[in-house]
Design a protein around this ligand. Structure first.
Ligand code: BGC
Length: 430
């Protein structure tokens, strides 16, 4: 790596982030807590063949009981921000009735983080719904925003003072596409009309939630976590190709924002995907699976494309709002890959900041291994390994140490850059 070689040997990180940059990690309730048996995902997992290997979330990572230990690890890593979600179905098991024990539990969770001086980014909806809500039509129903608003009102009153950032809805585009268009998640609908209806209802719900939270906390910071992909076309010089890229970009990256203008205090970016359009006829778009070109991918086959996070950030810059990377991570059994992934992606975030993007924080997905929806427990996203067969023991991986250095040094030190450039193994780390 030829970057800043003149600084070689300096104690300070050559790629320094702005002062106060919030380094953090992320999780979501259903994926880590365990025992969420009142939601639609739990019910769906019971169906044969729905989840890979017929895995069931079950105890997940047992985070419901071990959150203190997990936050202890995050703190030790130098994390200053933690993104987590609250499980609606635990709190409102029956419509309109709020469960005291569950409410108390989340007070304890937030207090544990605050005591450690870790800022809290709370997601109110992360893919799961109470069973009673889906029985009343779920997100297809016109009443959905009304039910969600009742829950949000309670959350804002109950926890308002403790929360630093609110994420109303996680990835409306992914939720609607997987559940209502591709049919791979509950309720397994496959209809463009269902997809559009759900996106509209989610946008209505977000707008109401935004107002409710602001009514109770004037200075609240409210936004969404949005799945943003980067796009390239192999025939970019063709007008048809350009128009298709523009269309895809609108549908995936911007549609939700166009339905919810003026109700975002910041933008949360979840970056995982780079899309390559091989060919684009008048009515068709052919994308490439990176494996066809023998590119490096994650264990799920998703291409590892660090430049994409730079492009996603520059794309979202147009809203002139503060930006947070609310998720970025890789499924990798091979932790060397995760180490390289971290350095390479965070380096691109650094470059985006140099290009004047107002990025204020970064959350790695995920703090701990967890239940990866329809893919079950096989994909390993954690900086910390969960040993499911040995009492859910927590074992920080070498990547947790690499990330800890980045958090503590507020940037990427020379030796980490060199390590990445040489593609060496973590064993060579100084
Ligand atoms: C979701 C997470 C998920 C991650 C990896 C994001 O789309 O918000 O829940 O685990 O991607 O697939």
């Amino acid at each position: 790596m030829a970057i800043h070689d003149s600084h070689h040997g300096h104690a300070h990180a050559p790629l320094k982030f702005p002062k106060g940059f919030l380094w953090g990690t992320a999780t979501s309730a259903h994926q880590v807590e365990g025992g969420n048996d009142y939601n639609d995902w739990w019910a769906w997992e019971e169906g044969a063949g729905h989840v890979k290997n017929d895995d069931m979330s079950g105890k997940a990572a047992d985070h419901y009981n071990r959150f203190r230990e997990d936050f202890g690890i995050a703190k030790k890593m130098g994390s200053r921000l933690h993104r987590l979600s609250i499980e609606w179905s635990r709190i409102e098991k029956e419509p309109g009735k709020f469960d005291r024990a569950a409410l108390k539990h989340y007070h304890e969770v937030f207090d544990a983080l605050r005591k450690k001086n870790i800022k809290i980014m709370l997601t109110l909806h992360h893919f799961t719904n109470p069973l009673w809500f889906t029985e009343r039509g779920g997100w297809m129903s016109r009443r959905a925003p009304h039910y969600f608003a009742r829950f949000v009102k309670k959350m804002a009153r109950e926890y308002g003072k403790k929360i630093d950032f609110w994420i109303t809805i996680n990835e409306p585009n992914v939720y609607a596409a997987n559940g209502f268009l591709r049919g791979v998640w509950p309720p397994q609908k496959k209809s463009i009309f269902a997809y559009l209806r759900v996106i509209h209802n989610l946008a209505r719900a977000h707008r109401r939630a935004y107002r409710i939270i602001h009514a109770s906390q004037k200075n609240a910071q409210v936004g969404i976590a949005h799945n943003v992909f980067s796009i390239e076309s192999y025939q970019w010089w063709k007008l048809s190709s350009f128009l298709k890229m523009k269309l895809l970009n609108h549908v995936w990256n911007h549609h939700f924002f166009s339905l919810s203008r003026g109700t975002h205090d910041f933008i949360g970016i979840n970056y995982y995907f780079h899309t390559r359009i091989r060919k684009s006829g008048l009515f068709s778009i052919k994308t490439i699976d990176a494996r066809e070109e023998h590119r490096e991918g994650s264990d799920l086959g998703w291409e590892i494309y660090p430049l994409g996070i730079f492009q996603a950030i520059m794309n979202m810059r147009q809203y002139n709002l503060p930006l947070y990377i609310t998720e970025n991570g890789v499924a990798a059994e091979n932790d060397d890959r995760r180490c390289r992934f971290l350095v390479a992606h965070i380096k691109e975030v650094y470059h985006a900041i140099q290009a004047k993007a107002d990025v204020r924080g970064y959350c790695y997905w995920s703090l701990i291994d967890n239940f990866e929806w329809d893919k079950g427990f096989t994909p390993r996203f954690g900086l910390v390994e969960i040993d499911y067969s040995h009492d859910y023991a927590r074992r920080p991986r070498p990547s947790a140490h690499v990330y800890a250095r980045i958090c503590k040094e507020n940037g990427i030190h020379h030796d980490l850059l060199r390590f990445m450039g040489h593609g060496a193994s973590t064993k060579d780390l100084p």
